[in-house]
Design a protein around this ligand. Sequence first.
Ligand code: BES
Ligand code: ZN
Length: 456
Amino acid sequence: MALDDVLAYLHAHRQTHVDQLCDLLRIPSISSQSDHAPDVRRAAEFCANELRELGLAVEIIEGDGLPLVFAQTAPRPDRPTLLMYGHYDVQPVDPLDLWTTAPFEPRIENDILYARGSTDDKGQFYAHFKALEAYVRTGTDLPVNLKFILEGEEECGGHHVYRFTEQNAEKLACDAIVVSDTALYNETTPGICYSLKGLAYMEIRVSGPAQDLHSGSYGGTVQNPANALAEIIAQLKDANGRCTVPGFYDDVLDLDADERAGFAKLGYTDDILRSETGAPAAYGEAGYTTLERMWARPTCDVNGITSGYGGQGAKTIIPARAMAKVSMRLVPNQDPDGIAAAFCDHVRKLAPAGVTVEVENLHNANPVLVPRHSPMMQAGIRALRAGFGAEPVFIREGGSIPIVGTFQACLKAPVLLLGYGLSTDNAHSPNEKFHLANYWNGARTSALLFHEAAGG
Ligand code: BES
Ligand code: ZN
């Protein structure tokens, strides 16, 4: 049977496919650092070349920002079309000293591949390439039309792919959008994800005296920007761990009984959380379980805070400025723009007298919810079940993939969030990794999805 040939090809070429992924991982395509722009471009070209060799019509689309890669198989009207999304840019690598080996020199140990971008997202979308390769090289009829849209600005909040999607809905038209940039439930259980969090990312800047002051000469006579910022931040959450921004919870879609029962059945314990994170205890909004907080409740967190002296020993000053970055992870149906505006008002009201406070909304992402019981979901579940050899469970994600909401709105096609990574793969952290078993099973799953999406 033809599908067996495809799967046998994937099995036989496992090592080659790892070597090829390593070539892509050697490219330091860090999108937020402009000195790496040529590397981001090289990663785009790497992907474009490979898709071209597989016979697709490929375009590298230049525009405002870093390039997009768009590719498609020769369209055949009798087949459904899948739009495969991925991002070939990666996060910065600092703190470099915490990496066991260099982030762009892939290393394999115990069947785990270590490199920046291995799970987020090069390894995941490259699994789709290998699945397609298996059809092409075995001469197996591909039961779907495939389109690829790959971007290089996912990690830096760029706008190229949004504008392109809004202006090219026709070109991207499809029967389903497949996104592999999330996680399995755990090492032994694949998950089918049906919700992503949204985001409102804020910066608070507090300024006081014209420059740092001697804290003996002037301490106690002027407001201290660091103290003022701490006061503001301390009031962003109440004693129950709830965000105090007025109206914050108004549009939150509550979990239904089915979802709560499904989460509970997964058996995720606070011991697991402690061992995954190294945190001494679980914490969060009162009245919800850890999984409910992680996947379905909005959050408000400081991501970075700077002020004054942080060097060795003591230095006695009243700092002139203080700054914090705050993210609010949002859930369906919260509106990031409305929440960001409410946050700005709230922080200005919390600001104590004697300092100047500026609040800026740096970027937003819409939350995503997809129906759990569509035919495309069923196809995804069958593909995951056969690809990983285990029964998939429904999961949600605490992370965001900003373009997905725009795809839903502009392309009006169902979204399939088919993740091959693990939450513990150290995405955005030192020693990012990707389990080879998940790479290989991911490629199998993609190959099976092409079959299942066409009706099996
Ligand atoms: N792959 C992640 C999204 C993700 C994160 C999925 C965690 C599952 C769990 C993606 O590359 C990412 O990091 N997104 C950013 C978006 C932000 C910069 C707007 C995120 O969630 O922080
Ligand atoms: Zn990421």
